[in-house]
Design a protein. Sequence first.
Length: 211
Amino acid sequence: MKKKWIVIQRLYKKAAAELKEYAEEVVAMVGTAIYFNPPNTTPANPTLAEITTDIGILDTAISATETGKTKTDAVTQAQDKVVNDLDLLGLYVQGIANQPVNKTIGDVIIHAAGMEFKKTGLPKARVFSVLNSPVQKGDVIARTVNGGNRAAYEWQVKKVNEVNWAAGVITLKATFTYHELQSGNNYQFRVKTVNTKGNTNYSNVLELVVL
């Protein structure tokens, strides 16, 4: 059975101040480790600069002088944004660790990002569905099985007559809407899930004529 390096961060167990310190350390380590220099650049969404900005917003919320619900809500909102940033960054680090040329040193690469890991078998690919939006022509709604609170999903699309899939879009929700596809064209869709068990293989490929 194939094995996979899995990044573990336990972000939801960290208090706001602890999360801020952890995020600062991860950004610093990813920014200097040789494994994440070009061509293995940081992900376009989010960049390290964007994460640093979100950490600053969290720090401001923690340090604010007001008390009560206003401060709690501000801290929670900022904390959720940093958690989302680090979840996506963890997927990027995990992807680097699992590249064929890196698999023998996947643990070193993940530690170089300031993260923890485990190595496990792959979960099964998830079946999903696609349908034309009932309210907007050119939009297609895709859904897959929810992989749990720590899951992310990578969605891909291409026209039937094309060879290469478009770059995948990663979300933290088990639904995704493709916007402004060309009406009358036949498209193919697929998705893979990333959760605590690792990356699935891509799902079965579905075809749909876009209305």
